[in-house]
Design a protein around this ligand. Structure first.
Ligand code: GUN
Length: 306
């Protein structure tokens, strides 16, 4: 009989603080050498409470790291043409280096049009087809923030990922597909699994690195996990409790999985915090690239623990 493993928790708060410190230092270096301050513009259409919290956190973090940031809020019934015109205005604004339109947008607005109207050079969400294409085909690209955070966390605990089998559960443009590309670029053997995958549990059980991005509360159980695996849980599933309070759950059954995995990210307190820190990396990177600057180092991995 093998002894029960208790997983080490990958602390998103601690990891994101390390990354944010490195970004703040680079922002200060950029200001000192070139007198340029990275500028982020976030766009929120409507009043979705969760989106309001996310956007506020993005603006607050940008300010805390020494960047400029402004939030533009449009009413939920804003015509699509107004949203696209705003993006074009931001595309042309030299003080704005990064543009993020919080998703989802209201149903009458075509999110693909929103994404493709954003200039690829300012696409800090990494969702433009040009950014997605560059990620797959090679070349410099702004990559989506949550996938970037997932891979940084995996590399932080595992070091070199070469040759490891990564199973990504979920195939969204926002997480599943880009995280699979990033892991492939790290020389992992990558399987993308999804709702139609036959015997999903058995596929997950082959993963050295399991990335869960399905959006279903605690779908991935302890016996789906290979002993000693690294589990990265991207799920943010909200559930109202009997006391009326909202509680967050991951896509992974944490209590079970943490008895089997070697490393695991919690929800909340895991990947979500890294997403915001990676948006700061992308805003700095967009600013440096747009200005042709080569003597400021953009942190592309987590600095070592002190
Ligand atoms: N909504 C949930 N996650 C994201 C994200 O990473 N970017 C944007 N723009 N909207 C989101």
């Amino acid at each position: 009989m093998s002894a029960t493993l208790i997983a080490q928790i990958i602390d998103g708060k601690e990891a994101s603080a390390r990354l944010k410190d490195a970004v703040a230092a680079a922002v200060a270096d950029l200001k000192a050498k070139h007198n340029i301050v990275p500028g982020l513009a976030t766009v929120l259409v409507g009043e979705d409470p969760a989106s309001q919290v996310y956007v506020a956190s993005k603006n607050k973090t940008a300010h805390a790291l020494g960047m400029n940031s402004r939030q533009i809020t449009l009413p939920a019934d804003a015509p699509e043409a107004d949203v696209l015109a705003l993006i074009q205005k931001l595309n042309a604004d030299p003080d704005v280096h990064g543009i993020l339109v919080q998703l989802p947008v209201p149903k009458h607005i075509d999110s693909f049009k929103v994404i493709t109207t954003t200039s690829p050079s300012k696409d800090v969400d990494g969702l433009h087809p040009e950014s997605a294409g560059r990620l797959v085909a090679g070349g410099e690209a702004l990559v989506p923030c949550t996938p970037m955070g997932c891979v940084m966390m995996a590399k932080d605990v595992l070091g070199d990922l070469s040759g490891l089998h990564a199973v990504v559960v979920g195939r969204s443009n926002l997480v599943g597909k880009p995280v699979a590309s990033l892991l492939l670029n790290e020389n992992c053997t990558v399987t993308i699994a999804h709702s139609r995958t036959k015997d999903l549990a058995a596929v997950c059980r082959t993963a050295d690195i399991l990335v869960a991005a399905v959006g279903r509360k605690e779908m991935i159980r302890g016996d789906w996990i290979k002993p000693g695996a690294t589990v990265i849980d991207v799920g943010i599933n909200r559930e109202t409790q009997a006391d009326g309070k909202n509680k967050l759950f991951g896509d992974v059954h944490f209590a079970e999985a943490s008895q089997v995995a070697k490393f695991i990210t919690p929800v909340p307190g895991g990947v979500g915090l890294m997403t915001v820190a990676c948006l700061m990396v992308n805003t700095l990177k967009a600013c440096v690239t747009q200005n042709g600057i080569t003597n400021v180092v953009v942190p592309m991995r987590l600095p070592p623990r002190k």
